[in-house]
Write a protein that binds this ligand. Structure first.
Ligand code: ADQ
Length: 451
């Protein structure tokens, strides 16, 4: 019998059949091999019980634990999303250092470690997801847990100089080293983890001076996350004729799809698109940038600012360029369902995926999967998306350089069919091969130690 898999993530799906990306992947993986999925219950309570609560049994078990209002503020809004998120996305300037935040973060992780130490058996496999739970393995080892424990970081690993903005910079080394598998998205992340240990007496280096393992024999490894590419391509194809978009014939569609987050570079994107508009002549095609960006984490101050900034930028650009029959930027501030999203991806002539920092970016892969291989659109991709390591046939841009981004839009909109097809074939090949099943299989093989 294969060992029991225990997955821990901040949120777990509450519906029986979840939709979308990672949640579906983990759901499918647990449905196939059984196991347990543990996460926070979603609504803060007055007095969190010190135990895991089973909420559903099926092919696998779902369990939740409570956090208090103060913990929601300190652990989730505070340390996770106002310290680690900005720091790991190269925005040390946005980090809010407050002792309370670190205390609550450790309190939640410690309570979870106590509950897991009771629950886990030595031959279980524990798979911990993301920056909410970095210290978990170290805390579990302190409690005598010997099971194999893996971690996967969905966001970028920070550069060493930024880590110094974290009061717990030294603890981070111990947190990482306590895992059997420390998984990150890209080779760049692996290099950054290793750089963090450069002066560590316990790190082991090869003859070229590169660190190969941490003191306990663990080395960071990259597992670039993928999407359910075949299903998504089929969905987009099936919906090719039902695009719910009002657009005049011949009008080109440039698409952006992101959570409203400062790491996604949305204001820079609008400015880049504006330089494209500045350079166009009266007979150039009237391309519209459709940006779908629902707000997220609205209780965190930095997220309120970006919303205002983006709305101002869109207003100014439209004011300068709109015509009676054409609005250059259309901005939708809500989430859209997956079926509709698939059809919009299919219809788009160009996708702008231009984050300033991003662990992977699944939108880039969804756009590629959704396109028609016989008449494909063009992906514009930032060097700073993790996906840039795999999707090298995209039109690559520096998102800080508005002129370059504007030129990339012009290039993409006028690219000949042959070149579009050649680029798309290579992108599609990668997205289809290194898909979400490939990702879960490779990660779990590493966690089991069988790869
Ligand atoms: P996110 O920062 O959330 O994920 P991303 O990888 O782009 O970013 O995934 C977003 C998902 O939400 C995609 O599946 C997308 O389709 C969907 N989505 C986004 N905006 C939407 C909208 N307006 N309407 C409907 N759906 C929308 C984190 C990291 C990423 C990493 C993933 C997975 O920040 O870098 O790729 O985890 O590891």
């Amino acid at each position: 019998m294969s060992p029991r898999l225990i997955v821990v993530s901040n949120r777990i799906p509450t519906e029986a059949e979840p939709s979308g990306g990672l949640v579906v992947a983990l759901h499918d993986c647990l449905t196939t091999q059984g196991g347990v999925w543990i996460g926070t219950s979603g609504t803060p309570v007055k007095d969190p019980a010190p135990e895991l609560r089973e909420i559903a049994q099926g092919a696998y078990t779902r369990m939740v634990f409570d956090i208090s209002e103060a913990e929601h503020e300190g652990y989730y809004l505070g340390y996770a999303n106002s310290v680690l998120w900005p720091l790991f996305h190269r925005r040390a300037d946005l980090v809010q250092v407050q002792p309370d935040y670190a205390d609550r973060y450790m309190a939640v992780n410690t309570r979870l470690a106590d509950m897991l130490a009771e629950f886990a058996k030595p031959d279980d496999l524990l798979w911990i997801h993301d920056y909410h739970f970095l210290p978990l393995a170290a805390l579990l080892r302190d409690r005598g847990v010997t099971a194999r424990i893996g971690f996967f970081l969905h966001i970028p690993f920070p550069v060493v100089s930024d880590i110094l903005a974290l009061p717990q910079a030294n603890d981070l080394k111990d947190w990482v080293a306590a895992y059997d598998v420390f998984g990150v998205q890209t080779q760049g992340d692996v290099a950054r983890v290793m750089a963090h240990y450069r002066d560590d007496p316990d790190a082991i280096f090869d003859t070229q001076g590169r660190m190969v393992t941490l003191d306990n024999g663990v080395a960071p490894r990259h597992f670039p996350i993928g999407i359910d590419a075949h299903d998504f391509a089929a969905l987009a194809k099936a919906r090719a004729d039902i695009v719910p978009l009002a657009m005049s014939p011949g009008q080109k569609l440039v698409l952006g799809v992101d959570r409203l987050d400062y790491s996604k570079g949305l204001v820079h994107r609008f400015e880049g698109f504006a330089t494209f508009l500045d350079a166009r002549s009266d007979d150039s095609p009237k391309a519209t940038l459709l940006q779908i960006a629902p707000p997220s984490r609205e209780d965190v101050d930095a997220y309120k600012d970006i919303r205002t900034e983006l709305e101002q930028a869109a207003g100014m650009i439209n004011g300068a360029h709109a015509e009676l029959d054409w609005t250059p930027i259309r901005y939708i501030r809500r989430s859209i369902d997956r079926d509709t999203l698939a059809s919009v991806y299919r219809r788009a002539d160009v996708a702008m995926v231009t984050p300033l920092a991003d662990g992977m970016n699944l939108v880039a892969k969804e756009f590629v999967a959704a396109q028609d291989p016989e008449d494909p659109g063009v992906l514009i991709l930032s060097h700073f998306a993790g996906a840039a390591e795999q999707l090298t046939d995209a039109v690559m841009v520096n998102p800080y350089d508005a002129a370059e981004v504007g030129e990339a839009v012009a290039t993409a909109l006028t690219m000949p069919l042959d070149e579009r097809k050649a680029r798309h074939a290579k992108l599609r090949d990668n997205v289809m091969t290194e898909d979400i099943a490939w990702w879960t299989d490779s990660y779990l093989a590493a966690l089991r130690g069988t790869d």
